[in-house]
Write a protein that binds this ligand. Structure first.
Ligand SMILES: Nc1nc2c(ncn2[C@@H]2O[C@H](COP(=O)(O)OP(=O)(O)OP(=O)(O)O)[C@@H](O)[C@H]2O)c(=O)[nH]1
Ligand SMILES: [Mg+2]
Length: 300
């Protein structure tokens, strides 16, 4: 797993660790190096706050600890990124609403999440509350077919809230372990979308008192700097409980995950590192940082 993550993040680790390796080599870090380090870190979309922390702490901590600069950099990044809280998935069905802008990777994420849960023996229902685009239902149906997962869709133009309500009710009456609800990424106007998401959230609670149990916001990892503004928009409509950051395989900007986690104080739960059905991984901060720096799990 560690090796696979490392190879998936190769573009990012080449850009980050590759450049830093060339810069530091085996010599001590001087001030000119630090300026270049700052550029390299910002270039990987680590964000301003984390980059400043590294620049502040790296030389001193390397001197004091006697560890390699890479080990120290990993420690600083890990220390300054909030960890997801331990969670239980006790509710049955466990209802997840998935939101995000157009093309972020919502539907792909849902399919892969469903596949994972099924492998654990769960009975999963996917529902398409994107009733704006006909293709949205079709896409989910294709995945459902491929995975052998139950799916609930409605004709375009029907009410998105009604789909969510029916999905949760069906989840309850037919003993599903998980209900995962897909939503629209784009509507004629933003207010319309936010109202619709707020309604979906509300009606889940009408169908089952504690639902939804999770609201996942899917963010495209290649557009790192915009993530904060996007998240704030979605938070106006419904309480986001976890982030999914996708497309980390195709970018040199893999630092964005750490920037997002530390700026938004919402835990990153999953990362997308490819288009295949196995390419949705649990986010593990330490493994991620080490892969980003081109290190093995064990060290060096
Ligand atoms: N390389 C790569 N591609 C991804 C990843 N996740 C999603 N994609 C691709 O991104 C594209 C958009 O994904 P969708 O799941 O359709 O996105 P969406 O958010 O459902 O889009 P809308 O329904 O149009 O709002 C697809 O071609 C996916 O295969 C990932 O982790 N890595
Ligand atoms: Mg979609």
């Amino acid at each position: 797993m560690a090796f696979r993550l490392r190879s998936k993040l190769r573009k990012s680790s080449d850009a980050l660790a590759g450049k830093l390796d060339r810069l530091f080599g085996n010599t001590a870090i001087n001030d000119a190096d630090l300026e270049e380090t700052e550029e390299i870190l910002l270039g990987s979309d680590l964000g301003w706050e984390l980059t400043e922390k590294v620049i502040d702490e790296l030389p001193r901590k390397v001197r004091k600890s006697g560890l390699s600069w890479k080990e120290v950099l990993a420690l600083i990044l890990i220390e300054n990124t909030p960890l997801p809280e331990f969670e239980t998935r006790e509710a049955r069905p466990f209802v997840t609403v998935v939101v995000g802008v157009n093309g972020a990777g919502k539907t792909t994420t849902i399919a892969r999440l469903a596949a994972r849960l099924q492998r654990k023996g769960e009975k999963v229902l996917m529902a398409c509350a994107d009733t704006f685009r006909a293709a949205a239902s079709e896409q989910l149906e294709i995945w459902a077919d491929r995975l052998g997962t139950a799916v609930l869709t409605q004709l375009p133009g029907s009410d998105a809230g009604a789909v969510a309500f029916d999905a949760v009710k069906r989840g309850l009456s037919r003993d599903y372990d998980s209900v995962i609800i897909d939503t629209a990424g784009r509507l004629p106007n933003k207010k319309g979308l936010l109202d619709e998401l707020a309604k979906i959230h509300r009606v889940c609670g009408k169908a089952m008192e504690s639902a939804p149990h999770e609201v996942l916001l899917v963010l495209d990892g290649t557009v790192g700097q915009n993530a904060k503004a996007q998240t704030e928009q979605f938070m106006k409509a419904l309480p986001v409980t976890g982030l999914v950051v996708t497309k980390l395989d195709g970018t040199a900007r893999g630092g964005s995950v750490l920037a997002m986690a530390s700026q938004l104080s919402i835990p990153v739960k999953y990362i997308g590192v490819g288009e295949g059905s196995e390419d949705l991984l649990d986010f593990n901060l330490e493994s991620y940082v080490r892969a980003l720096l081109g290190m093995d799990e064990a060290g060096g």
